[in-house]
Design a binder for this molecule. Structure first.
Ligand code: WT7
Length: 635
C-alpha cells in the first residue's frame, strides 16, 4: 500500500485510518520518501492550539525551490514545467522546461540578492499572470526571502496597506497587464501606492504591455536587463522547515487584512501530497488551474504543488470570455489538458452561453475536473459534469481556505464516489468535526454544525503576520482546542461533508473572500455617509453579491442618491478594487442594532434575501421600528 498515491476506496480508508491513529509516522513516511531535505527533522510535530503554536518537521532544513526545480533536472530537465498561454490567442504559447525555469529562477535570485534582498526580507509581488510571476515567487523562495503576492486587481490603497503591513522592501511588478480586450497600467498603480510606502527601496518592472511608464531614478529598474546580466548559478539558502515561505493576505472582520503566514516544510509536503491525489496526476499529463497566482489556489495548485511533483502546469494570462466564451475549451483542446480546475462562478457564467462554444472543441483529453472557492450548486455541477466532463470525468469539489494552505475535504477521483454539492470526505490527516454553539461535538450523521478541525495538518497557517493574538482570536478561541473554519457544514448519512457557507461576517463573492468590515470602512469614507452595513444576497453567477445598507447625513432627492451610489462604488474600487463593488445600495435612516450597538446582520441578510416573512427574534433590538422602514423601501 502506498500512502502517497491513493487509487482505491479501501486504500483511502486504510490510509486515512493510519493518518489519524498515527499522524506523525504517517507524515514522516511521506516526507521522507518524496522530498529532498538538507537535514532531517528532530521532531515531526509539536502543537498546542491554545497558544496556538504549531510546528511541523522541526529542525529539518530544506529549500522548496530545490524541491520544485533542481531535483527534477536529472530526469525531467527537458520536460515542460510551465505552459504559458497568453491573453491574446494569436500570440504564441510558451513551453518552459524545468531546465529553463531553473535557469531563470537562479538569475532572478541573483538579481534579488544584488538589489539587497536578504534572507527573511519581504518582497511584494504585484504582477499579471505571466511566467515572470512564477519565477519571482520561486526566486524569493530560493534566496529565503518571504514573498507576499497581492492580486493585481487590488487598488493602490489596498496594495499600500499590504506592503506596509509586512514591511516589504521591494515590489516586483510589470508595466501593465492584459485582461481580455483591456489593459491595466499596473506600474502606475504601484507608483500611486508607493507614495505611502517609505520602506520600499526597489521596484523591479517586467515588460509586458509596452505602455509608457514612469521610472523613478534609483528606485525602479527594468527586470530583463538585470536578468540578462545575472549569473546563472545561484546558491540557495538552506531554510528551516518552520521559516516563513510566504505571506498571503485574506480579508477579515476588521479593515486590516490578515497576512496569513505559511512556512516551507509542512506546506511543501501537504500541497504536493494533495495535488498528487486530488488530481491523480500522471507523468505526461497537462494540468490546468484557472485561478490567479494572487490567490492561495494559485500558490498551492498552480505553482508549488504541481512543481514539487514535477508536473506540467498551465498558466493562463487571460479571461474566460476573450475573445469569446469558447476560450477555455479552445485551450483545453490546444494543450490537451488532462486536469482542469476552476471556480463555480466561472462555471455558472460559462453555463449561460450557447453550447456551440463547447461543441466546437475536442475535450476528450480531460480526465479530472475540479471546483474551488465556494459551494457549487447542483445545476452548475450537472452542467459541468454533462457538458465538460461528458459524464466520464469525476468532479472534485475541493473545500479549503487561504488559512489551510491546501485542500482539506475533497473526493479523490476514481476512488471516492462523487455526489453533487458535496466536498465528500476529509483527506488523509484531516480531522473535521461539527460543533454546536456551545462547542460540543455533534456526532452521528445527517447533522449540521460549525465546521472545525481538531488536529493540525502540515500546511496550516502558523500565524498572522505581526499579530499572533489576532490569529488566536480569529481561529482558535471560538471553540476550545479547535481550529474554527468560519464555515457551517452538513454531514450526510454516509459521512460526506457538504459546505453550507460562512457563519461569520465574511461573504464569498465569485469565490473571493470578502470581509464586510473593510468594505464598510471604505463606504464610510464618503463625506455624505454616516454608517453602512454590508450583507450578501444570492446572485446567479457570482454565487453571492453585495448589498449595502447605507445611512446618509441628509436625505436628498433620488438624483443625488444615484450619484452617491456611483461614488460609493468608486470609493470601494479605490480602496479595495472592483471585485468589492456593491450590486445593490439601499439608503436607510437607521440600521437594526442590539443594545450593545452591534449591527444585527442576520436581519439585514433576511431582508436582502427577500425572506421578510419571518424576521426571527427582534426583541433585543434597540430600534425595532427601523426594520419595517427598511422592508418598506426594498426595491
Ligand atoms: C472560503 C475560503 C480555497 C481557495 C479559494 C478560497 C469557501 C472554498 C469551497 C468549496 C464550499 C468553499 C469557504 C471557505 N470555499 N472552497 N469547495 N465548497 N465553500 O479561499 O478566499 O480563503 O476562502 O471559501 O467558505 O471558508 P479563501
Amino acid at each position: 500500500m502506498s500512502s502517497y498515491h491513493i487509487k482505491h476506496l479501501e486504500e483511502y480508508f486504510q490510509v486515512y485510518r493510519k493518518s489519524i491513529t498515527d499522524p506523525e509516522s504517517f507524515w514522516e513516511e511521506i516526507a521522507e520518501e518524496h522530498f529532498l531535505w538538507r537535514k532531517r527533522w528532530d521532531k515531526v510535530l509539536e502543537w498546542d492550539f491554545s497558544k496556538p503554536d504549531i510546528k511541523w518537521f522541526q529542525g529539518a532544513k530544506l529549500n522548496i525551490s530545490e524541491n520544485c526545480l533542481d531535483r527534477h533536472l536529472r530526469t525531467k530537465g527537458e520536460k515542460t514545467a510551465i505552459i504559458f498561454e497568453p491573453n491574446d490567442p494569436e500570440e504564441e504559447a510558451r513551453h518552459i522546461t524545468y531546465n529553463e525555469l531553473h535557469d531563470r529562477v537562479c538569475r532572478f535570485g541573483n538579481v534579488l540578492k544584488k538589489q539587497g534582498i536578504e534572507r527573511g526580507d519581504r518582497v511584494c509581488i504585484y504582477m499579471p499572470m505571466i511566467p515572470d510571476l512564477a519565477v519571482a515567487l520561486l526566486a524569493c523562495a530560493r534566496i529565503g526571502a518571504v514573498h507576499s503576492v497581492v492580486f493585481a486587481g487590488f487598488s493602490a490603497i489596498a496594495l499600500a496597506t499590504r506592503i506596509n503591513d509586512s514591511d516589504c522592501k521591494m515590489v516586483i511588478t510589470s508595466d501593465g497587464s492584459y485582461r481580455g480586450a483591456k489593459t491595466l497600467d499596473l506600474k502606475a498603480i504601484v507608483d500611486d501606492s508607493l507614495e505611502d510606502c517609505p520602506g520600499v527601496k526597489t521596484v523591479l518592472v517586467a515588460k509586458r504591455t509596452h505602455n509608457e511608464v514612469s521610472m523613478k531614478e534609483g528606485r525602479d529598474f527594468w527586470l530583463q536587463p538585470l536578468l540578462d546580466d545575472a549569473n546563472q548559478s545561484c546558491s540557495m539558502e538552506i531554510m528551516d522547515a518552520e521559516d516563513p515561505l510566504f505571506i498571503l493576505y485574506t480579508s477579515g472582520s476588521t479593515g486590516m487584512p490578515k497576512g496569513m503566514v505559511h512556512t516551507s516544510g509542512g506546506y511543501m509536503v501537504y500541497t504536493a501530497y494533495t495535488f498528487k491525489n486530488i488530481f491523480q496526476y500522471c507523468d505526461e499529463d497537462v494540468y490546468w488551474c484557472t485561478a490567479d497566482i494572487g490567490w492561495i489556489t494559485g500558490h498551492s495548485y498552480i505553482l508549488y504543488g504541481p512543481l514539487a511533483n514535477g508536473a506540467t502546469t498551465l498558466m493562463f494570462e487571460g479571461v474566460p470570455n476573450y475573445p469569446d466564451y469558447g476560450r477555455f475549451w479552445k485551450i483545453v483542446e490546444k494543450h490537451k489538458v488532462n486536469q482542469f480546475y476552476t471556480a463555480p462562478t466561472v462555471i455558472r457564467s460559462l453555463a449561460k452561453q450557447n453550447l456551440d462554444y463547447i461543441e466546437k472543441y475536442d475535450l476528450s483529453s480531460l480526465k479530472v475536473l475540479g471546483s474551488v472557492g465556494e459551494p457549487i450548486n447542483e445545476e452548475a455541477w450537472h452542467w459541468y459534469n454533462d457538458n465538460i466532463g461528458k459524464k466520464k470525468s469525476p468532479i472534485v469539489d475541493t473545500w479549503w481556505q487561504t488559512e489551510t494552505g491546501g485542500i482539506m475535504i475533497s473526493p479523490i477521483p476514481f476512488t471516492t464516489p462523487t455526489k453533487p454539492t458535496y466536498a465528500t470526505l476529509p483527506l488523509p490527516g484531516i480531522q473535521p468535526v461539527l460543533l454546536d454553539k456551545e462547542g460540543d461535538e455533534i456526532t452521528g450523521n445527517q447533522v449540521n454544525g460549525n465546521l472545525c478541525i481538531k488536529f493540525p495538518w502540515p500546511s496550516i497557517a502558523r500565524t498572522i503576520w505581526g499579530n499572533h493574538e489576532r490569529f488566536r482570536d480569529t481561529y482558535f478561541s471560538a471553540f476550545k482546542n479547535q481550529y474554527f473554519t468560519g464555515d457551517g457544514a452538513f454531514r450526510d448519512e454516509v459521512g460526506y461533508y457538504r459546505i453550507i457557507g460562512r457563519v461569520d461576517d465574511v461573504i464569498i463573492v465569485s469565490g473571493h473572500n470578502m470581509g464586510t468590515a473593510p468594505i464598510e470602512d471604505a463606504i464610510n469614507e464618503h463625506p455624505a455617509v454616516v454608517e453602512s452595513a454590508i450583507v450578501g444576497f444570492p446572485h446567479d453567477i457570482k454565487g453571492n453579491a453585495l448589498y449595502g445598507f447605507v445611512i446618509l447625513k441628509e436625505t436628498g432627492e433620488s438624483r443625488v442618491h444615484d450619484n452617491v451610489r456611483k461614488e460609493i462604488n468608486q470609493i470601494i474600487t479605490e480602496h479595495i478594487g472592483p471585485i468589492a463593488k456593491l450590486d445593490k445600495i439601499q439608503f436607510t435612516s437607521g440600521l437594526p442594532k442590539t443594545r450593545s450597538g452591534k449591527i444585527m446582520r442576520r436581519i439585514l441578510r433576511k431582508i436582502a434575501n427577500h425572506e421578510m416573512d419571518d424576521m426571527g427574534d427582534t426583541s433585543t433590538l434597540l430600534n425595532p421600528e427601523v426594520v419595517q422602514e427598511i422592508i418598506d423601501n426594498v426595491k
